[in-house]
Design a protein around this ligand. Structure first.
Ligand code: NAD
Length: 253
């Protein structure tokens, strides 16, 4: 299997894209740390992986907190024996609103998780990967980073920061055989949408409107993101670093 013997951490793995990424890593042979703020969901994902015969452990981490992120990396090392792959996927959007209406605390909160969280993950993973002779980091950004639309301007700015961090770090750590890439998904009906819209279900009108902007005619499914992340993390992508891969059905064209 593609990831036999590999050890991966996936943040935000209790739901949506992260759940699909963690599940697929485990199916392809990796041992996976399922990291999330939400313990109930994280443990549910670990149990589902175990039922399929995969290896996973839950670690409760708030990625915006240095102490949590350091402990999360240590947990992969002490629990599984090292770290080969880190997927910095945890993130959310503030409620859809004009930038000038966004409360300052919401701006701080979204940057703390989406940007500081990625910085902390890289900060504590790189020394471990360096000592191991290599590794791969994949960051979940967003197509909104390169083609922003109204209402989520601060959120899109966090993802712009993630892309610049990805490309800059890729150059910094290339001498240590560490690759750093990102994926840019377009809209998906995950927990993310509930937070952004404040609604349990995406209204049909809004879904239709979103779909019309996507040439392939549908929203992102978690499996699309999982497939792209696993490819970037695999040896087949050994010459790819600093890549920001759209997973968007053509929306960014
Ligand atoms: N769904 C979309 O439309 C969309 C589009 C582009 C990019 N993204 C990005 O994809 C990533 C995954 O989102 P999703 O769509 O799967 O949403 P989701 O809400 O289903 O999953 C996000 C997970 O991250 C966890 N999380 C949130 N803040 C955290 C923190 N501080 N520490 C640890 N865990 C935390 C949540 O508990 C949740 O389990 C995010 O970075 C998001 O910005 C989502």
């Amino acid at each position: 299997m593609r990831f036999d013997g590999k050890i991966a951490i996936v943040t935000g793995a209790g739901s949506g894209f992260g759940e699909a990424i963690a599940t697929r890593f485990a199916r392809e042979g990796a041992r996976v740390v399922v990291a999330d703020l939400n313990e109930e969901n994280g443990r549910r994902v670990v149990s589902a992986i175990a039922r399929e015969g995969g290896a996973a452990r839950f670690f409760r981490a708030d990625v915006s907190r240095s102490v949590d992120v350091k402990a999360m990396i240590d947990d992969a090392v002490s629990g599984f024996g090292g770290l080969d792959i880190l997927v910095n996927n945890a993130g959310f959007s503030h409620r859809i609103t004009a930038l000038w209406e966004l409360p300052e605390e919401e701006y701080e909160r979204v940057f703390a998780t989406n940007v500081r969280g990625v910085y902390l993950g890289c900060k504590y993973a790189v020394p471990v990967m360096k000592a191991r002779g290599g590794g791969v980091i994949v960051n979940t950004a967003s197509i909104g980073a390169v083609a922003p639309r109204p209402g989520v301007t601060a959120y899109n700015a966090t993802k712009g920061a993630v892309l610049t961090l990805t490309r800059g770090l890729a150059v910094e750590v290339a001498p240590f055989r560490i690759r750093v890439n990102a994926v840019n998904p377009v809209a998906a009906e995950t927990g993310f949408m509930k937070t952004a819209t404040g609604l349990d279900k995406l209204p049909d009108e809004l879904r239709k409107q979103l779909v019309t902007t996507i040439p392939l005619g549908r929203l992102t499914e978690p499996r699309d993101v999982a497939a792209a992340v696993l490819f970037l993390a695999s040896d087949e992508a050994e010459f790819l670093t600093g890549v920001c891969l759209p997973v968007d059905g053509g929306r960014s064209i």
